[in-house]
Write a protein that binds this ligand. Sequence first.
Ligand SMILES: [Zn+2]
Ligand SMILES: [Zn+2]
Length: 339
Amino acid sequence: MKAIQVIEPFRVEIVDVPKPEITNPDDVIIRVTSGGICGSDIGIYNGTNSLATYPRLIGHEFGGIVESIGSAVTNTAPGDQVAADPVISCGHCYACRIGRHNVCRDLEVMGVHRDGGFAEYVKVPAANIHLYHKKFDESLLGLAEPYTIGVEINQRAQIQADDRVLIMGAGPIGICAMQVAKRNGAKVIMTDLVKERLYKAKEMGADEIVSVSEENLEERLDRFTEGEGIPVIVDTVCIPSSFEQAVKLACPAGRIVCLGLKNQPSSICMADITKKELTIVGSRLNNHCFDEVIAGFEDGSLTPQKLMTKAYNYKDIMDALTMITEHPKDVLKLVLKFN
Ligand SMILES: [Zn+2]
Ligand SMILES: [Zn+2]
C-alpha cells in the first residue's frame, strides 16, 4: 500500500509499505479516507518537532472505514465509519492509573512517536476507535482529532454555560476550542493579528473578535465582561509574552490554559498567581474526548466542513505543505483524501 513518509527533515515521499495485518485480537484495520494536516506534521517535515524520530509515516488526524477486525473486537465492525484516537499509553504509570493517560510517562502518539495514519490502511487498537453514528462525509472523518484538542481544553478549564472565555489566537486550535466552548454555552472573545482568521472565527461562532494590532484588548475585555475581568483564558499563541499577558489579564479566581511545547521561559510574578488564586493548567492531546466531538459533528454544533480550507489527494502532499508554508494566513486546515 501507499503511505506518506517523512524520510528526514525536508524530504517527504509517497512510499510502498506492507499493508497492515491483524496480529492481535484487539486490532482494527481502517481503510483511511481522510486525514488532517496539523502544525506538528509541519514540525516533523521541517525538523522542528523535537518528539519525532525519522523515518516516520506521519498523520495523527485520520479516520476512515473499518476494513477488518481482530477476534476480540466488539465495539466496531467492518464497514463502520470511524475516527481514530492517536494517543497510545502504557496503562500502569501514575497518570494512567488516575485516568490521565494522555500524559502517560511512556506516551506515544501515532504519526509522531510511531507510524501514523497518512496511509491507505492503518492498524489501530480497538480501544482507540470511535464510531460515527450517522453517515458522514468521508473527507471529514479525519477531522475529529483537532476538535478533541478543543474538548480537552474545555475540560481542563472547566468551561461551562455562561462562562466568558478569551481565546488568544484564531488558528485551528483556537477555533476548535471556541466551537466546543460555544457548544458548552460559554461566550467567547477571540484575538489574532490576522484579520482573515478573525473573520473566519466570527463566521464559525465567536461572539466577539479583537484585532490586537489595532485595538486595546483590555478595554474590549472590560466591555465583554461588564468590568468584571476575564475568568477563563486559553492561550493558543504559546509564546512567552502571551503567557505573561494571560496571567496579567485573568480576573481573580481565573483559569488559564497553556498549550505551548516550546522550552522558552516566561517572566511570571508569583504574586499575580497568589493574590488572584489563579488556576493555571496545561492541556495536551485529549483524554477520551472523541465521542463528545462526534456528538458535536452529528448535532451540527461543531462544523469540520468549515474548518477545512481545502482537500488534496494524498499524492499531492507536497502541494499541501507548500500551501501551508507559503500562505499560512489563508489556511485553517488542509485535508488529505486517500480514496
Ligand atoms: Zn493535530
Ligand atoms: Zn502510562
